[in-house]
Ligand binder design. Structure first.
Ligand SMILES: NC(=O)c1ccc[n+]([C@@H]2O[C@H](COP(=O)([O-])OP(=O)(O)OC[C@H]3O[C@@H](n4cnc5c(N)ncnc54)[C@H](OP(=O)(O)O)[C@@H]3O)[C@@H](O)[C@H]2O)c1
Length: 272
């Protein structure tokens, strides 16, 4: 496994593949691995697990050096295990390193106790080395801890970037010892050119997007930026080398403006 910094056993810097076409995911994974990144984030719903697998194969990096995360999206009765098996087949692995429940069931279509129970069975069957959740609220985290018993929720993957630092759920997870994985860490590109980030970056020869990532790293989060461009993938991965001062961190905290990007009608009621 990687010698990079880990958070709860997860390499802190990963490469995200949401919205990546087959070719982009394949090529992006190759570039990410070339950059030294050893953590790839995908999901059943992204439709590119097989392209991630092709990228890993073509990059020639050994399976045991790469941390793979995926997320099932089918929660119906009896659906989780077959759905995860399908993901494993597409990813060409026997086990993923991290399996996350991608979303709480939209509009509570399926009861949490049922799909979480199925998820626990998948873990108990050894199909995932670690398990976690994504887009879970405080109440759902509490309920999940109760239902999962001795099984550990390694991380809650939630939206987090300098413009929406997501304090309520993040503070809660950290209090419970659940690592936070920050998705859309670049606010989908909106942080680029931010005057404060640029000024902080200038002194170090770093870019605004690198400072945005360095801030999340300083907070102890796992970060999974995505790009379809080789130069940006390399640039993003280099951000892990930047150490911000407490004064700079404080200044960046001031950029919070509640800019939530992922907020569709399938979302739970977010913690305020
Ligand atoms: N669990 C969930 O529900 C959930 C939800 C959303 C995302 N995620 C995960 O988190 C990952 C990252 O989130 P995201 O893809 O939404 O957003 P993001 O990483 O914040 O931003 C990606 C966007 O920023 C641009 N970009 C990347 N690096 C850049 C740079 N250095 N300079 C300028 N622009 C740059 C990319 O465009 P180019 O391609 O043109 O570079 C892309 O459009 C996803 O890929 C996925 O794995 C999970």
């Amino acid at each position: 496994m990687t010698k990079e910094t880990t958070v709860a056993g997860i390499p802190q810097m990963g490469y995200g593949t949401w919205n990546r076409s087959a070719d982009e995911a394949h090529q992006g994974v190759i570039w990410a691995l070339e950059a030294g990144c050893r953590h790839i984030d995908t999901a059943q719903g992204y439709g590119n697990e097989q392209d991630v697998a092709r990228g890993i194969k073509d990059a020639g990096v050994a399976r045991n050096e790469i941390f793979i995360t995926t997320k099932p999206d089918n929660y119906g009765p009896g659906a989780v295990m077959p759905s995860v098996r399908e993901s494993l087949e597409k990813l060409r692995v026997d086990q993923v390193d991290l399996l996350l429940l991608h979303w709480p069931s939209p509009h509570n279509k399926y009861p949490l106790a049922d799909y979480l129970g199925q998820f626990a069975e998948v873990f108990d069957a050894g199909l995932a080395r670690k398990i976690g959740v994504s887009n879970f609220t405080k109440a759902l985290i509490d309920e999940s801890i109760r239902l999962l018993g001795s099984r550990t929720i390694t991380t809650n993957q939630v939206e987090c970037h300098v413009y929406m630092q997501n304090r309520p759920i993040i503070d809660y997870c950290q209090k419970l010892g659940i690592a936070v994985t920050a998705y859309s860490p670049l606010a989908r590109g909106a942080v680029v050119g931010d005057a404060v980030l640029e000024e902080i970056g200038k002194a170090r020869g770093a870019t605004s997007d690198q400072i945005a990532l360095a801030f999340l790293i300083a907070k102890g989060h796992v970060v999974i930026p995505s790009s379809s461009k080789r130069g940006r993938i390399m640039q993003n991965f280099e951000a892990r080398k930047i150490t911000l001062t407490p004064a700079e961190i404080k200044r960046i905290e001031g950029l919070e403006k509640g800019m939530r990007l992922v907020n569709g009608d399938w979302c739970p009621v977010w913690d305020a």
